[in-house]
Design a protein. Structure first.
Lengths: 359, 359, 359, 359
């Protein structure tokens, strides 16, 4: 195959590839190994819609990570992975218990309700993490037709607030949920960061502790695009293929999703990328902790740092580096690190923060 | 940037890139220029969810093709493009008139009904093409609350049967529909093949004759993945961005969808790919016409050949080349050509057909 | 209880109770025995939402008609009965095969699609009746995720065209459908008219020949309002109570729906009403057959007469009696008889028709 | 018309009309004037689906109460009224802000999400009442496609906790919402009790202070069944008739819904019923306040009394009178009074409470 760098294309570069910020891990591009993998999978014909050799091979890789019952269903994006999962785990009359801060509740444009007809039964949490006690605030009324029936508990690992459940915490949630006839879904848009943080294989806090289905995130882990619904407990879902299709998440040239997941998961690219992003967040947190006037809000356990600082400082700093307010009224911001964040990026950011706070 | 071919990846090649068939244009991989374009767009940080420089630049390219009011909304796949379009063009109480053979009716797993709540009002056609007369079989009862309200006419160009509307035919449909207060959507999963067939710019049979919104197909034209809803008449849609998001078709790293569309549309890659696929279908049709016992079913105007031949011949032939039955009872088959189909592929196929029919 | 006729009410009579037409059996009011039954059930408190004594008692009556496994779920209206039934019989990915002329397809405002997310797979029929052969036009592709999965066949008895399936015809449909893993729903908005026409108990063409679930029509049979989903095969449905509730068809004061069904079904009011309406349609058909220039279109087997006559005659006649065009272009009209249609009504109508046709 | 009491019916009385409890105002039957009104509207033919003389007449009555722009759309039940209203007030991408305790959130089986695809953005409240400040916790992000767009604020009058908004409180909510481009819906399942409590016409706290659409409750006010969506601001809704139909809330014999609303609203039956129920709740509250060990939880402003008392006392009391736990863990109960609750009922209940608490 010809070197893509030498192939003429009518497309042009429109951006400066040296500029990075702390806005989101999906502001990053794709890891070079991902592009190499796509090039490998290119050429010739492969059956469309998932019957290709790459998707078949992916199953063995996924079983290696999650155990022999695991099956992967590649999809396009995280909202798709979550909403396909939740539809497959619920009936028409089902509802999903989740944290008020869950991505499915606050960041998916109402897709669970609109596409899945799902009611979300939400619970406020101090740190983005559910517990059996918090679940119980919504876990009742299964026989009451006046209430959407709680059938699934959905947790996010790591959470939207950058915190990480321990395996025991997830085990307790799964046991509690299963005892009440509910299944457990794990939104793993950043599951690699959680594994890196815990220093354990992904199975340790998923299949081994009772999680039924998870959304595996590739995009934020360095892929071009692409996630997978990973079914750990086959009895927990129905008609995955039909639901993926009718939810408009079935890629025709699926080999190109699957080979990206292979590039991440066949070796340790997933872990290298996650460890690096986490390490950069630790470096950032350490740098920031030394700065007066900045408060770190949650334990920094993955690749996110949430902080509170004067609003005007944030505004000035945003002119130098991209990042978002999390709660503008409170002055809370979120700084995300990615697989391509460098030590220099972090150090320059901390320096800039110090300069702005000193003004 | 390093040559991807030299980058180590844990992914492996699992297929033979020399094997091609006639099953579908989405069995092909991506054109090398597409991969080169993706590599160009990689590196550094770009705003996610469509505010990147590539998506912005794409707008100018699309305006160049379709006119100054055109706006592109990149999405993941064809079903997504269609269902987002149709939702944006209808109210909760709306319905869509289409050919019985339309992809939205027979190949999208019920996504229009399930995701969009849309009723499709279908009409049988001889060749996949609607006409004002055929539309009128379903175009009535706008004030009748007992009937889902016809708000959109959706046509496919080229059609699922490989036929191509002339610009005048589309103009007549648009005028007829607009007079009755209905908008026109064009499913352009293979719009490039139609343009190549007609030998006119895409605007000649879309924006210039009254089409309001179209789904522009990149995947079957040589992209890795990626389509775009192209809004030609801004008054025909509402809240495109919200509908794309809640329909789970919003790519976070959208630059990689947009740059593929740029690679196709900035120059003539779209047209080169389509012309080639069409030419291969012509070559195939010519080769087959000479064979006794094979009947070509529809005019071969794009990259598809539909034929009727003895069932056992097809079955033996399928062991040598992949392709699909279209109507197994009738013995009808579909042979699709792609941007990467070679003259040798066609000639070998025709030869094989002759051998099998002679047995 | 006081005589309602002697009770002062601020409501007034706004219509002439002597005027009747042939537009629809739901233009009629309620049979006096229905009002008497409602008065009986009034007073005191009864548990809401279906746990009342009338709904409980109804179960025995329904079992008497349909067999020991039958269970009734009272709902508000026919669309509600159909859409609740079909949701309970299908999965999220299911589709329903029905005649193109089926009420669920043409007269329910898209409720099956909008509320149930259901795709209807329709088949044209000569007389509103499906057959195994007609069903097979849509009965395929269960494993194909690109196609909404056919899970239910829905027939209407009597049909929207006034024709009546024989028990053997329904048995053949049920056997054919069950062999293919599909369930059978019967839209019985006018099931009483069908039973009266066939001269058999309702079980003879429902539970005894394999129908799984039916919508039992009370409104057109003389009730104020109210229908019931009658589940004949409990294995064919799931979560009926939850689906009725979330479909907004759960009456709080359900005793008043149930007692109307009791008034119809505990004795023979249902049959008296249906026989009378059917007899009036026969009288009408006989009167009309003698008139030159009027063609009766379908066998008159229930309470409907479909006829073709000159358009201007219909228009003049409509100024004297209410009725509807069925196909205005063709000059087809529909004349419906009701439980309260009198012989004089029919005779006057036939006379008027003769007068108008003579002009 | 014959006296229904003298008409033979095959239905039988299955309950004791002397037994009443405090479980719900929809455990009561219908007021005798309602049955008299239905008898008046019976007989003869009337156009189905809402073009009857009773529905037409109802419009004038509703305008008399709510002002000249008001229009009523009769429906079957409260969930139907709410979900039709909210669909008519929102786009596909819309969301509804409401109290966490709102009926639409906790008692409608997920119908808003399932039927309407609506996301509810909920806010905890101390007493079931929203305020501008509470609304602001969810009123943001209109341009953010990642968030379902807040388009409607829905309040309940009186609230599910028996509290009543003052006209000024509703005015403040309407002004606040309108300033932010949101419309206001009022769930008036017990609007009559609110008007009776405030001692003002219903317009004083609806049309005159900016409410756009309301659900008018007939069932809990003494009707057999039947509610109406009352559109106060025609610009706030679209396609009401289509949405009512596709939401399966269109009664064919609508005259019988409309005449019940006429019976309530043409004179003062609505107010007599509500005042009586409220008075009984006051009598109950006064009786209970004197009892040690019972705490009344919210201001008793309508026909509900919420109380906290020892769990075992409630359980013993429930064997004598029907009522529900509201929060079983906390020992909270709800006692509802109805139009047919008598002073003797209340006094007997208070006596029984005293007896049980003394045990």
């Amino acid at each position: 195959m010809a070197d893509p760098a030498t192939i003429r294309t009518d497309a042009q570069r429109h951006h400066d590839p040296q500029i990075r910020g702390f806005a989101s891990d999906n502001y990053a591009g794709a890891h070079p190994e991902i592009l190499a993998a796509i090039a490998l999978a290119n050429g010739g014909h492969q059956i469309a819609y998932g019957e290709d050799d790459y998707t078949e091979n992916l199953q063995q890789i996924v079983k290696g990570h999650f155990g022999p019952t695991a099956e992967a269903f590649p999809v396009f994006n995280g909202t798709g992975a979550n909403v396909v999962s939740l539809q497959a785990m619920t009936d028409r009359w089902g509802a999903v218990i989740c944290a008020e801060s869950a991505h499915i509740n606050v960041d998916e444009g109402g897709a669970p309700e609109r596409v899945g007809g799902l009611k979300l039964l939400t619970v406020p949490t101090p740190d983005g993490k559910l517990t059996p006690e918090l679940i119980d605030r919504q876990a009742y009324g299964w026989d009451d037709e006046h209430r959407a029936m709680p059938q699934v508990v959905s947790i996010t690992q790591n959470t939207e607030l950058g915190t990480v459940y321990t395996p025991d915490e997830i085990r307790a949630i799964c046991e509690h949920s299963h005892e009440r006839g509910m299944k457990v879904h794990l939104d793993g848009a950043r599951i690699a960061n959680a594994a890196a943080s815990l220093g354990v294989p992904v199975r340790t806090f998923t299949s081994e502790v009772g999680v039924d289905v998870l959304s595996f995130g590739g995009t934020k882990n360095g892929a071009l695009f692409g996630e997978a619904v990973v079914v750990l407990n086959p009895d927990a879902v129905r008609a995955m293929k039909h639901l993926r299709k009718l939810s408009m998440q079935l890629a025709s040239k699926m080999r190109f999703v699957s080979v990206q997941l292979e590039a991440l998961l066949a070796g340790d690219l997933w872990l290298r990328n996650a460890r690096h992003a986490n390490a950069m967040a630790q470096r950032l947190a350490e740098g920031v902790r030394a700065v007066d006037g900045v408060e770190i809000l949650y334990p920094v356990q993955a690749n996110a740092v949430f902080a509170r600082l004067p609003h005007d400082v944030s505004e000035r700093l945003q002119k130098r580096f991209r990042f978002y307010f999390w709660d503008e009224t409170a002055g809370d911001v979120r700084w995300m690190c990615s697989f391509d964040t460098t030590e220099d990026d972090v150090d320059a950011f901390v320096l800039a923060l110090k300069e702005e706070i000193a003004k």
